[in-house]
Design a protein around this ligand. Structure first.
Ligand code: COA
Length: 274
């Protein structure tokens, strides 16, 4: 399995794949409706709670920011697929006017699916977009040229039955080897596996896609454990991705993917590219 470790500073941006992270608390001073289109406002106002509205909005603003930023850049893409993490603040969002944000819409790709798509000035775009929310943070990823999915999860303990029912024997052995008996490590590694499976779902490869399908998806060719330990003690999410390949298996089918992940002791952010 090819694997490398990337630690470029965030200023060295490329446009192969970018991920933006925005915490909901950054939106306190943001007048949400100014950044949304009428179609988005119609969805926003019926969301069930303030926390869901904040997460939903943060994900969309992150995606819109990335898209607008992409329009400004050359179409250059990296030969080697490595995501770049952009940490956004309310101040950073001010780089573009509310009117510009309204022209970029993040809408369901079909009325029957929650899979998002990007619409620019009323026209569907080919870039793939993926969103995820956890622990007060939302992230968005825009992929150029190939479908890309993002998933963010908090690393918390879950009950044994969940692990037994959600992960295969090989996956559980991989976690046991890496955890070395420490529950914090074990929670982290299981959560990483979970983000990989959810990312595979978001790529639309499993049909019908639902979290109930996760037990029959197996992540094969898992990343080596030697570069992962750095995240267990980190308090800050950095632009330092472990990049690897992984095979996603479902019964007799398998798909080869590129995966990248970063994190802190509590949070894991995974990107998967077809
Ligand atoms: C995709 C899924 C795994 C994400 O679960 P989650 O961890 O609870 O949520 P996350 O915060 O990581 O991701 C949520 C985002 O995923 C995106 N999403 C939802 N369904 C998606 C799908 N089928 N494909 C790709 N992305 C999807 C949405 O953009 C959503 O954000 P939004 O609500 O702000 O628009 C889960 O929602 C799921 O299983 N959905 C599939 C349901 C479905 O479409 N079934 C089809 C008929 S069987």
């Amino acid at each position: 399995m090819a694997m490398h470790y990337d630690s470029r500073p965030s200023s060295a941006l490329n446009w192969g794949c970018r991920v933006a992270l925005l915490e909901s608390r950054e939106l306190r001073s943001v007048e949400s409706a100014r950044y949304l289109s009428n179609r988005e406002i119609a969805k926003y106002i019926v969301l069930p709670s303030q926390s869901r509205r904040s997460a939903w909005l943060a994900g969309r603003l992150a995606a819109k920011y990335l898209f607008l930023n992409r329009l400004e850049m050359s179409a250059e893409t990296n030969r080697q697929w490595v995501p770049t993490l952009v940490k956004l603040s309310s101040q950073a969002l001010g780089a573009y006017s509310p009117w510009m944000y309204q022209q970029v819409e993040v809408l369901p790709s079909e009325s029957t699916s929650s899979h998002p798509k990007i619409v620019w000035c009323g026209k569907d775009r080919r870039e793939s977009v993926s969103l995820s929310h956890a622990g007060g943070a939302s992230c968005a990823c825009i992929g150029i040229g190939s479908p890309t999915a993002v998933d963010i999860e908090t690393a918390v303990p879950r009950i044994d039955a969940f692990y037994r029912n959600t992960f295969t024997r090989a996956e559980r052995d991989w976690v046991a080897r890496g955890a070395e008996g420490e529950s914090i490590r074990s929670d982290w590694l299981y959560t990483l596996l979970w983000t990989l499976k959810e990312s595979a779902l978001k790529l639309g490869w499993v049909n019908p896609a639902s979290v109930w399908d996760l037990p029959r998806i197996e992540i094969d060719g898992l990343p080596g454990l030697n570069h992962i330990g750095q995240f267990w003690y980190s308090r800050k999410m950095d632009n330092e991705f472990v990049v690897s390949t992984a095979r996603v298996r479902e019964h007799c089918r398998a798909m080869q993917t590129q995966v990248a992940f970063t994190g802190t002791r509590n949070l894991i952010l995974t990107v998967m590219n077809l």
